[in-house]
Ligand binder design. Structure first.
Ligand code: PLP
Length: 370
């Protein structure tokens, strides 16, 4: 493995220092919750090694989100990031090939890269509405391809695919005898119909998700992968045991309680996402120096500095952070030009969001060239 730190982690707000940022528009989740919000009784939790697959209660709850799933189809992991790491390191070696849609959550590209396998990157294009190009994906599949890797609702753009497109992807990997890695970390944050858990569609589809984004509790580092292929699950369990034996019994209990409140939390989140989204949409409509593909899911968007605007891009990002105290996710976090930037609109409160958007407008104007 050839580990390299990723810009999205190197430049993350928690590494930079939250106290250096006044308007934090760089997050990709709803606001983080406090332990006290959950009213937990932790005293009786036994601090033993837990079930290596994750606590059965938690796995049952996760399995209940997909038709025909059982707790045996679920492996609890250290966040969705842990699930992605397990999948890549157990399925790939240097001689393999995968197809990855980009931009993507960085780990989906970086771990296969660290393994040293060959990667065909299929770039989503702004000009094409960031639409998924199925024929392009199919054309990139080779005899040695192990899996196709996609994320929906999409991070960083917030675009969606339809259920028909998801089914077409599942059919494609079935036909080719390969797998689909479907990172559905934002599944429950869809403006329209919520997609089915992808792994319910085929034994060749692996779903990945977590409680970090929709539930705003990334601090417990609890996620999961789902597959209906028992052999593959045994392989993933072997990896999980070698990495950490089992998960934390405390974290898994907290995850269970949070997931038990799913309906209530989703209602709250959806209302918050809707009002924050309206603020961003109004700002974009009134800001000629920025253009976007309007998202239809998630809690992030990926606007870009208008192609007609003559802006000193490095100067813009410098002024935005250093002079205005506002922080966004730079394009390079996603292997894109820094004219693009990700705005996470559901993490800050509305005043902070409005302040951050005003700061972007001001920093852009201060960075006009000539
Ligand atoms: C699409 C996607 N997948 C996975 C992750 C990792 O999340 P976590 O490990 O906190 O569950 C993220 C975090 O930003 C993400 O956006």
């Amino acid at each position: 493995m050839n580990y390299v730190r990723m810009p999205i982690e190197l430049e993350s707000p928690e590494q930079l220092g939250y106290d250096t940022i006044r308007y934090n528009l760089s997050e990709s989740s709803v606001a983080d919750r406090r332990l006290g919000d959950l009213n937990l009784k932790l005293d009786d939790i036994l601090l033993c090694y837990g079930d290596h697959r994750g606590s059965p209660d938690l796995r049952n709850l996760i399995a209940a989100s997909g038709d025909g799933l059982s707790a045996d189809d679920v492996l609890v992991t250290a966040g969705a990031a842990g699930a992605l790491f397990i999948i890549a390191t157990s399925m790939l070696d240097r001689s393999d090939h995968i197809v990855v849609v980009r931009p993507n959550y960085a780990t989906n590209i970086e771990t296969p890269r660290a393994i040293g396998c060959r990667i065909s990157l299929i770039d989503l294009e702004f000009e094409n509405g960031f639409r998924l190009d199925l024929p392009k994906i199919e054309a990139a599949i080779e005899p040695g391809t192990k899996y196709v890797s996609v994320t929906y609702p999409h991070n960083p753009t917030g675009v969606m695919i339809s259920e028909e497109e998801l089914r077409a992807l599942a059919d494609l990997v079935e036909r080719k005898g390969i797998h689909l890695l479907f990172d559905e970390t934002y599944r429950e944050m869809s403006f329209g119909p919520v997609l089915p858990v992808a792994a319910t569609l085929s034994k060749r589809v692996i779903s990945v998700s977590s409680l970090s984004k929709t539930y705003g509790i990334p601090g417990i580092r609890t996620g999961w992968l789902i597959s209906r292929d028992p052999e593959l699950m045994e392989l993933f369990l072997a990896a999980r045991e070698q990495i950490g034996i089992s998960g934390s019994t405390v974290d898994e209990y907290i995850a269970y309680v949070a997931l038990s409140r799913r309906e209530e939390w989703l209602r709250f989140n959806n209302a918050r996402i809707a009002s924050a989204f309206a603020i961003v949409k109004e700002w974009i409509a009134s800001e000629p120096l920025v253009e976007w593909i309007e998202p239809s899911g998630g809690c992030v968007c990926f606007p870009r500095i208008a192609s007609s605007a003559n802006i000193d891009v490095a100067g813009f990002h410098r002024r935005l952070y250093h002079d205005h105290g506002a922080y966004v996710g730079r394009g390079r976090w996603f292997e894109q030009d820094d004219r693009h930037f990700r705005i996470g609109y559901a993490w800050p409160d509305e005043d902070e969001l409005r302040g951050g958007l005003a700061a972007i407008s001001a920093a852009l104007r201060e960075s006009i060239k000539g």
